[in-house]
Design a protein around this ligand. Structure first.
Ligand SMILES: NC(=O)c1ccc[n+]([C@@H]2O[C@H](COP(=O)([O-])OP(=O)(O)OC[C@H]3O[C@@H](n4cnc5c(N)ncnc54)[C@H](O)[C@@H]3O)[C@@H](O)[C@H]2O)c1
Length: 338
């Protein structure tokens, strides 16, 4: 299982490496995370430990098979052995990439994640899914836990508001499916919420679910609350993932009200708006969004499966028909033919 550290100023080379001497500390990162990497590299140098850094393209562009090959060849050049490790310092794109490479390089070496975005800290770095894009998001990937995850909340506190918002959407989702007190804290303190507590609580929700259903045979799907319509809106409009999940949760809230009598639709809407997240989709071709919703991989023989809330903290899964999807898209203001 993963060793997890959440704290302030907790990024230390010895904590990253544990008690092994890997010869060198290979760090895969992205430009924006370089200030964090530089501090680690300086500490490694002071300790007499080698540190090599590979900066990969920003965002989704890192999650390609071409970049996987680049990282593998770099590790070979460095002479990283089976008992070595790969350190990912960056957002979810970097941890997804490095985690995948760690799973397949020499049939598997340890991965250590240092998430530098809130979305990474509460979601991407947690739960052992990795993903590489091939003609679509996360088409190639494995389930494999990293050896360690170290979250430095000081790094997250310094994030621009935009990146905080994107992460808070996933944190709110975690609260909605598993921690009503987390929802209450986000409602009360909004963007000023204590990030250390948010990160701990959101991670706890995810780890509890993943601990019961690692390979998504059932319950893990609850973590997809808001993602069916969210992914479709994200694909069609190009808005950020957190914004899209926010819109998707509004849609899922309506489906919840229609199918299982969810009574807190308005409360959920206020919580989302309170975090500065959108409650309506940007203008988009409704038919295209519908097509993407039905293309969702959560579709099965009995119709489209969607995660709903019976009440805050109590998720479930329902099969929905076209009329219910229509009502969900009405709820996020998607007009026909726009
Ligand atoms: N494996 C999983 O379970 C899982 C779960 C959720 C999301 N994901 C993946 O995570 C990715 C999204 O995560 P993300 O938003 O962290 O992606 P990201 O890595 O693209 O980071 C978002 C942006 O933040 C910048 N950034 C990173 N650290 C920063 C810092 N400290 N200060 C300022 N800017 C910084 C990056 O350069 C990038 O432009 C997607 O690829 C998604 O598929 C994976």
């Amino acid at each position: 299982m993963t060793e997890l550290v959440v704290g302030r100023r907790c990024l230390e080379v010895r904590r990253i490496l544990g008690d092994v001497d890997p010869g060198t500390m290979p760090i895969v990162t992205q430009e924006a995370a370089l200030p964090v990497v530089r501090e680690l590299a300086a500490e490694a140098e002071a300790l007499g430990i080698g540190c090599d850094v590979l900066v990969v393209p920003d965002g989704e562009a890192a999650k390609s098979l071409a970049v996987v090959e680049e990282v593998v060849r770099w590790l070979l050049d460095l002479g990283v052995r089976r008992d070595g490790l790969i350190v990912a310092v960056g957002g979810g794109a970097v941890t997804d990439l490095a985690g995948f490479v760690a799973a397949v390089y020499l049939r598997g070496v340890d991965a250590v994640y240092v998430p530098t975005t809130l979305l990474g800290a509460v979601d991407a770095a947690i739960g052992g899914k990795t993903g590489i894009d091939v003609d679509g998001k996360n088409v190639v990937g494995v389930f494999r836990h990293p050896r360690r995850v170290l979250v430095d909340v000081d790094v997250l506190d310094r994030l621009p508001t935009e990146l905080k918002r994107q992460g808070l959407a996933e944190a709110l989702k975690a609260g909605l499916v598993g921690d009503p007190d987390l929802v209450a804290a986000l409602e009360r303190d909004r963007l000023d919420v204590d990030l250390e507590s948010v990160v701990r609580r959101a991670i706890d929700v995810k780890l509890a679910i993943v601990g019961r259903d690692f390979e998504e045979a059932g319950e893990r799907a609850h973590l997809n609350y808001g993602h069916t319509v969210g992914h479709a809106v994200e694909t069609v409009t190009g808005i950020g993932h957190g914004d899209a999940v926010a819109v998707g949760m509004i849609a899922a809230g309506r489906v919840s009200a229609l199918t299982v009598g969810f009574a807190d639709e308005d409360r959920q809407r206020d919580a989302i708006a309170g975090l500065g997240l959108p409650v309506r989709s940007p203008a988009a071709d409704r038919e295209e969004v519908v097509r993407h919703v039905w293309r969702d991989k959560k579709r099965d023989g009995a119709g489209l499966r969607m995660v709903v809330l019976e009440r805050i903290g109590v998720p479930g899964v329902v099969h929905v028909d076209a009329a219910t999807v229509d009502a969900a898209l009405d709820a996020v203001g998607l007009q026909g033919g726009t």
